[in-house]
Design a protein around this ligand. Structure first.
Ligand code: SF4
Ligand code: SF4
Length: 407
């Protein structure tokens, strides 16, 4: 029987070419490129204007999946995201790099617990505050953005984490990243590209903000420093891979053993001396090599149907990591035309729901395998470990709604 522990691997489940790789600037993200092009001035969320215009048109036309009620559900779901961090900008709104509510004297008196105890305390509290998965890794400087929309991220040997006129300063002593994954509602995601999939995404963002902000204050109250982040400051997916939460898929997203692709990610960076997790390898790369379901279901043809490469000409890509590069500009342009964000690639990914034998008809690769289908094997382990309830392979698996014990 393979448990999550059995999936752990000593080697990184990705190939990186240090001679090519350079830290990625936020200005090269599709959000920034499309927004800046649309607005004519540097912008990150300007792309939303066109998307909301088309959303209004679709609501007026009475398009299925774009009703007033569905839009209201999305706006409500997004409220805490927009109040706390607006998807993530460093040291902005409630994503403050300094304590907001913890008395200063407490922030200067680190508790004396061992790393093992602190690690358990932080993971338990992260889950209490709403994370469905929590992993810890060394904060690899490679994954810190080179710059935000205007200012660079500058690593310093010591000192405080702070924003200055000329940059965001992060001390190298803050060398741990606590990576948090948040399960989104599977049924709503399966409505993609209709508005209900956005509801699941928006609520995921709201939960990211609540948990990251709360966990940062918790760590400060124990006497250590903490930077709460959503999409900002550092790349979430490679940190999640390093922290053992999952592997990278063809669609450019994290795939976790528990919830497949159906998660959002936040991070808290800290100098708390925490024990780190090992990466996991449960056959995602090999499975994706033979599975093209997300590429075929992508309305913007943004997902590669080719082999992995180390280099890319895409402005939104960043050469140096062997992977499938996603044409993110095409993806975002579809969101604008659609009037809502898309999650087709999450919705169709077999890992999102665990193995269902019906999905085999869409995969063409198993005949070439000598040890059978990796996903089927993995799902067998999931069944044995309680993620899925399935008595016979001929039956479609019934996904047990994951139980959250947090808020
Ligand atoms: S979100 Fe939609 S458009 Fe973008 S890559 Fe995924 S399937 Fe394609
Ligand atoms: S749909 Fe298939 S190819 Fe795409 S990420 Fe999921 S497993 Fe990989």
């Amino acid at each position: 029987m393979l448990t999550r522990d059995d999936m752990k691997t000593d080697r990184k489940p990705y190939e990186i070419h240090d001679d090519i790789y350079r830290r990625f600037p936020v200005t090269n993200q599709a959000f920034a490129i499309v927004s800046t092009r649309d607005m004519g001035v540097p912008s990150y969320l300007g792309f939303l204007d066109k998307m909301h215009l088309n959303l209004g048109k679709r609501m007026q036309q009475g398009d299925i999946g774009f009703s007033r009620e569905e839009n209201a559900r999305d706006l409500g779901a997004n409220a805490m995201n927009l109040i706390l961090g607006s998807y993530g900008f460093p040291n902005h709104q409630f994503l403050q790099w300094k304590s907001m509510i913890v008395p200063e004297h407490l922030t200067k008196q680190p508790v004396k617990n061992s790393p093992k105890e602190l690690t358990a305390m932080v993971k338990n509290t992260a889950k209490l505050y709403g994370a469905d998965l929590a992993g810890i890794t060394v904060l690899d400087e490679k994954w810190i953005y080179a710059k935000d929309m205007e200012k660079p991220f500058i690593l310093i040997d010591e000192g405080d984490a702070e924003e200055k006129e000329d940059g965001f300063y992060i001390p190298k002593t803050m060398n741990r990243a606590i990576v948090l994954a948040f399960l989104m509602d599977e049924e709503m995601i399966s409505e993609s590209p209709e508005l209900d999939a956005s509801v699941a995404t928006s609520f995921g963002y709201s939960r990211m903000g609540i948990t990251a902000v709360s966990l940062a204050e918790y760590i400060r109250a124990l006497g250590y420093r903490a930077i709460p982040t959503m999409n900002d400051t550092a790349l979430s997916i490679p940190l999640a891979v390093d922290a053992g939460l999952g592997q990278l898929g063809r669609h450019g997203l994290l795939i976790t053993p528990e919830y497949g692709s159906n998660v959002r990610l936040a991070k808290v960076l800290t100098d708390m001396p925490l024990n780190i997790d090992q990466p996991v390898d449960f056959g995602v790369t090999e499975f994706c090599e033979n599975c093209f379901i997300c590429a075929e279901a992508c309305p913007s043809v943004a997902i590669s149907s080719n082999k992995q490469t180390v280099e890319t000409n895409l402005l939104t890509g960043n050469s140096g990591v062997k992977k499938w590069y996603v044409e993110a500009e095409k993806c975002l342009t579809f969101w604008q035309a659609n009037g809502a964000s898309c999650a087709n690639c999450i919705a169709v990914c077999p890992f999102t729901y665990g193995f269902e034998s019906m999905q085999c008809f869409e995969c063409k690769g198993c005949a070439e395998r000598d040890r059978g289908c990796i996903l089927q094997n993995n799902t067998q382990y999931k069944v044995e470990n309680g993620y899925l309830k399935q008595d016979r392979w001929a039956d479609r698996g019934e996904v047990i709604t994951p139980r959250r014990r947090g808020l």
